[in-house]
Write a protein that binds this ligand. Structure first.
Ligand code: PLP
Length: 279
């Protein structure tokens, strides 16, 4: 009772031992969806006309973008079979991991096995897990600028220092590898590539990717290749998975079915160890 009286007039943060994580909240407020929802709410309140949302890369609310019936039927069949209602292994169900391994193996010069695949709740959770796993004290990670804000949010949350390298618009958004070298020190653990890139839409060329792989090898850092937009390309550069250079440098390839199959709400993604020496 005494304590209660004492606390009565105090601000909340003094009254309670818990509170929100300020750094994480600040990082979260930079997310694309967070910003858009604020914009949309204010336009909906004041605007005279109905709103068509073209603000984020999710065409699935529009009827003309519907995934293949093959995928829909497979989900319905899996649910109705009552065979998959149990807890699955933490790395994901074996047939699903095998399917992802086969899918990714089509575009690289070696075969992945189900052991190389870890299933996640979308590519977003893949990012979360990878950053958490690399977050040792003093670690830093190289992030592309411009890039995908979730990397910054996760690095902030896990206390990983971010070092940004520039993508150069005049050179087809290629990396300045001298800058990458200058940014790297003995605490640099990885470089993040987003290819095809979000937000620029650029697609890396084979020769430049090979140079990146060799530079990362020389610097002793891992490549995290975010291929959430894999196979969805604009312009003339074909999509080449970074895993093609898995014999040069260790690579974690992140992906999901969200973008290519227009089903971001299904939340299926993966981390693939595209590293033939380990398989
Ligand atoms: C959309 C996107 C993600 C997140 O993918 P989900 O499968 O929706 O979680 C991750 N990285 C990039 C570059 C993206 O564009």
């Amino acid at each position: 009772m005494e304590k209660e009286k004492e606390n009565a007039g105090k601000p909340l943060e003094e009254k309670w031992h818990f509170g929100h994580n300020k750094a994480a909240a600040a990082a979260g407020s930079r997310s694309i969806r967070g910003t858009l929802s604020k914009v949309i709410a204010s336009v909906e309140e004041t605007g005279p006309r109905p709103l068509i949302q073209l603000g984020h890369g999710d065409p699935s609310p529009f009827p003309s973008f519907r995934t293949t019936p093959i995928a829909e039927d497979a989900i319905v069949e899996a649910v109705k079979s009552a065979q998959y209602n149990h807890y699955s292994p933490s790395s994901g169900l074996l047939p699903a991991r095998r399917a992802v391994a086969e899918y990714l193996s089509k575009d690289i010069p070696y075969k992945l096995s189900s052991d190389d695949i870890f299933l996640t709740a979308g590519c977003a959770q893949a990012i979360d897990i990878v950053i958490a796993a690399l977050a040792r004290p003093d670690a830093n990670i190289l992030l592309p600028r411009p890039g995908f804000p979730l990397y910054e949010a996760r690095c902030t949350f896990y206390n990983v220092e971010m070092r940004r390298f520039d993508l150069i618009p005049e050179q087809g958004w290629e990396l300045d590898l001298d800058q990458v070298e200058k940014l790297t020190d003995e605490n640099t653990v990885a470089i993040v590539l987003i290819n095809p890139n979000n937000p620029s839409g650029s697609v890396l060329k084979y020769q430049h990717m090979e140079e990146i792989a060799k530079t990362a090898r020389k610097l002793g850092i891992m490549v995290i290749s975010d291929e959430a937009y894999g196979h969805l390309t604009f312009g003339s550069n074909p999509f080449i998975p970074m895993g093609v250079f898995g014999d040069v440098v260790p690579i974690l390839t992140l992906g999901s079915i969200s973008k290519r199959w227009v089903v971001p709400g299904w939340r299926l993604g993966w981390i693939a160890m595209t590293d033939p020496k380990e398989s």
